[in-house]
Design a protein around this ligand. Structure first.
Ligand code: GAL
Length: 419
């Protein structure tokens, strides 16, 4: 936030308190609800915390563990219902809209105008950062879910090239099996199952099918032969998991690859944060590559800090936090640690490692070529109720509770019922 902005805000606050006939107590702290509890995530968030503390703003941490934020959203509901909203909340896509609709979020318009956010935030993110034209959230990053992470030693021992198709992926996983390691590290949680599933939907059907089946939830696509192939691939991929995959957190699956107990993990690029925390070098100790069959396409999600309505006295600290999130230097410092790429389009890739450079270039290409689509598992394709319906069917199928025939029958029904 610029000095001019602070002065303007201070003047506004003073006038308001004069009018009200009493002084407003200033609360120079922010309370931040988030789910960044894994090593790489916490390290990245620390950059923001330190920025604010250097400005004299106290950081009250409210971490709610649980990948993809399901638990965090439950905790948030309880807080808002009790009339005690946090200052800022990490949030994904469609959830942002739901909260905006309830009229409990703040207004960042003056700050956004002062700092020119509109010109530097891609339209696909502004779709969620703004509601009815009003800025309500500051985007921190752009993540992408269609990645595969491979242990460097296992990959060298395999000796083949990076798999470009699902068939080539199976060849590599077979080789890992022969090496005596778990071929594919997986955490059996609904959001992780669906992260893998959306990758397979894209690999098998391409971007048009992804849009048809997932973004438009077209009932024919959801029960099509192409979707049958998707579920068959899921069954085949599950054959490469270890027996203890159920309920495992994503970062523990990453740790299996880091330690060489497993060959590969399908996961979004937040996994890179874990590899970097373990002091591993991309291209040597581990490989990052697009999930085989999805090259040229990007499934994205973006973490945004949604600013909730707070009392007048807490506004300055809240605006300072929003401004700190949008600061170009912060976007570099945070995203080089987190594994994501900046939400701003005016930042160059100099400071980023090879995976980050690839991520930035491919995001821009996908946006230009119209091969960019929102991630279902991470809140950028469907509202929560519909997303949950997908989660249920995908997870039950992956755990062998329903057959492929049943999945094809249930998917369109469950989606229709949730819409
Ligand atoms: C995603 C989020 C990432 C990362 C991941 C695992 O939904 O965008 O920042 O935190 O969940 O928790």
């Amino acid at each position: 936030m610029t000095i001019r902005m602070i002065a303007k805000l201070a003047a506004g606050t003073a006038l308001a308190s004069l009018a009200a006939g009493h002084a407003i107590a200033q609360d120079n702290s922010v309370e931040v609800l988030h789910w960044w509890t894994a090593g790489g995530e916490a390290a990245a968030l620390n950059v923001l915390k330190e920025n604010l503390e250097a400005q004299g703003i106290t950081w009250n941490d409210m971490p709610v563990a649980g990948g993809a934020g399901g638990n965090a959203m439950t905790a948030l509901r309880a807080r808002v219902t009790a009339g005690d909203s946090p200052t800022a909340v990490q949030m994904l896509g469609f959830d942002i809209r739901d909260w905006a609709e309830l009229g409990v979020v703040g207004n960042l318009n003056d700050l956004a105008e002062e700092e020119g956010w509109e010109a530097v935030i891609p339209a696909a993110l502004q779709d969620f950062s703004r509601y009815d034209g009003q800025w309500i959230a500051a985007p921190v990053n752009v993540h992408s879910t269609n990645w595969l992470w491979i242990n460097g030693d296992a990959f060298q021992a395999y000796g083949g090239g990076e798999p470009q198709s699902l068939d080539e992926l199976y060849a590599m996983l077979d080789a890992f099996e022969e090496q005596g390691i778990t071929p594919l590290a997986h955490g059996g949680q609904a959001w992780q199952d669906t992260t893998m599933w959306e990758n397979v939907v894209l690999a098998v059907g391409g971007i048009d099918f992804y849009r048809d089946a997932i973004i438009d939830a077209n009932a024919d696509a959801l029960s099509s032969d192409t979707m049958r192939e998707v579920f068959d691939h899921m069954t085949r991929l599950a054959g490469y998991f270890d027996p203890n995959f159920s309920g495992r957190d994503w970062n523990l699956a990453s740790a299996m690859v880091i330690e060489g107990d497993a060959g590969a993990q399908q996961m979004g690029d937040w996994a890179k944060g874990e590899f970097l925390r373990a002091d591993l070098t991309p291209g040597e100790d581990f490989m990052c590559m697009r999930f085989p069959g999805t090259q040229g396409n990007v499934l994205f999600n973006s973490d945004q800090f949604v600013m909730f309505e707070v009392g007048e006295g807490a506004r300055d600290a809240q605006l300072a936090m929003a401004s700190a999130v949008m600061d170009p230097a912060f976007q570099v410092a945070f995203n080089t640690v987190k594994g994501s790429v900046p939400a701003r389009t005016d930042i160059d890739d100099t400071e980023f490692d090879a995976c980050g450079k690839q991520g930035m270039a491919e995001l821009a290409e996908a946006a230009a070529n119209d091969t960019l689509a929102g991630s279902l598992a991470h809140g950028h394709a469907q509202p929560a109720a519909v997303q949950e319906a997908f989660f249920d069917v995908v997870t039950q199928h992956l755990n062998g509770q329903i057959s492929t025939d049943e999945a094809l029958e249930r998917l369109p029904q469950a989606i229709a019922a949730a819409q």
